[in-house]
Every structure is written in structure tokens, then in C-alpha cells.
Design a protein. Structure first.
Length: 193
């Protein structure tokens, strides 16, 4: 699945869905990390981020501040995975709800879902782009473009977990590894059985 834009014409992400951010904030609260997270936010961003509801849109400076505040906590990767899993659990039904319902009625595979990646991307981001390259019968390289917070360790852990959790709806085992990142891109390898 190619990019919708030329590589030099990809618009940056300007807004994101609040669903995953809300899930991460609730997971931080459940781990008694909310006060430290709040301290890491710029004062003018605190109220907006702490009162965010799932399903809305949030301007990109808030998302950047959110990921920076979680990175500042210097959490071990295992804790980031747990928080990312909680955030993915919040966002998955929203992002792939129709496909999940379809999969119960017919044999949906990860390739079926991959064919809808641009549409799924647009449910979560305004701007940016996604490409997928088939590298094997059950393996793909996914690159996310235009993300101003791509350098955030927590974001990269959380997006990897979200993709892996998504795969598990349509296969027995799913594996997602990060194979590269830049200031605005993240590249993942997906494999499943």
C-alpha cells in the first residue's frame, strides 16, 4: 500500500484523536503516576490534557507535550508496555470496530485490515501518512509519516503495542518490532501466525 502523497509532500500531523491519550492518562492515574506526569506538562496544557475525553480531536502541541511528559518519567519499558496496552485497549474498538464486527462473521486476515490502513489512519490523525510493504506471506513493513512526536520513546512503544494488539484480533500470534525512526517517522515490522 503506497503513500498517498509524494515523500516530500506528506503533510505533518496537525491533530490526533484523544482516545489513546485518554487511555494512557487513565493508566498513569491507575499507577499513581498522574501527579508526576502533570508536573511534566507545561502549565497552560494541564487542564486540557487532564480533562480530555475519548473520541475528540486534540491539536498536535498537546500531543507532543503529553508524550514528552511521559518520557520525562523515565519509566522502564515494561511499564511503558503496560500503559501502552491500556491505551491501545481504549483506542482499538474505536479504530477497528467495524472490522472487528466483520471479522466475527467472515474470515478477516491482517491483509484484509491492511487494505483499510489509510482509512484507519484518518480516524486517528489529521495529516501524515502510512505505507505498508508486503515482505512475506505473513509479514509487512509499516511506516508512519508526519509525526512530530516520533522521537518519543513512549509513543514508539505504545504504537508498537497498539499494532500488536490489533494483529491479535485476526491471528493467533502477532509480533511487531520497531526497525527505525526519525524526527517524524516510525518504521515497524509486523509478522503473524
Amino acid at each position: 500500500m503506497p503513500l498517498r502523497y509524494g515523500i516530500d509532500e506528506i503533510p505533518p500531523v496537525t491533530r490526533v484523536r484523544t482516545t489513546a491519550l485518554h487511555g494512557a492518562i487513565r493508566a498513569l492515574e491507575g499507577r499513581s503516576l498522574l501527579p508526576k506526569y502533570t508536573e511534566g506538562l507545561p502549565g497552560s496544557y494541564r487542564t486540557r490534557l487532564l480533562t480530555v475525553l475519548p473520541g475528540g480531536w486534540l491539536e498536535i502541541p498537546y500531543a507532543i507535550a503529553h508524550y514528552a511528559a511521559i518520557d520525562a518519567l523515565k519509566l522502564p519499558v515494561s511499564e511503558q508496555v503496560a500503559i501502552g496496552t491500556a491505551a491501545a485497549g481504549s483506542a482499538q474498538p474505536y479504530v477497528t470496530g467495524a472490522l472487528l464486527r466483520m471479522s466475527r462473521e467472515m474470515g478477516v486476515t491482517p491483509w484484509t485490515v491492511i487494505a483499510h490502513s489509510h482509512r484507519l489512519w484518518d480516524r486517528m490523525c489529521v495529516g501524515g501518512d502510512i505505507s505498508l510493504d508486503r515482505v512475506g506471506p505473513k509479514e509487512a513493513i509499516v511506516t508512519l509519516y508526519g509525526l512530530p512526536y516520533a522521537r518519543s520513546q513512549f509513543f514508539r512503544v505504545a504504537i508498537r503495542v497498539a499494532f500488536q494488539e490489533g494483529l491479535l484480533h485476526w491471528c493467533r500470534k502477532g509480533y511487531v518490532t520497531e526497525i527505525g525512526c526519525s524526527n517524524t517517522t516510525v518504521t515497524l515490522r509486523e509478522a503473524w501466525a
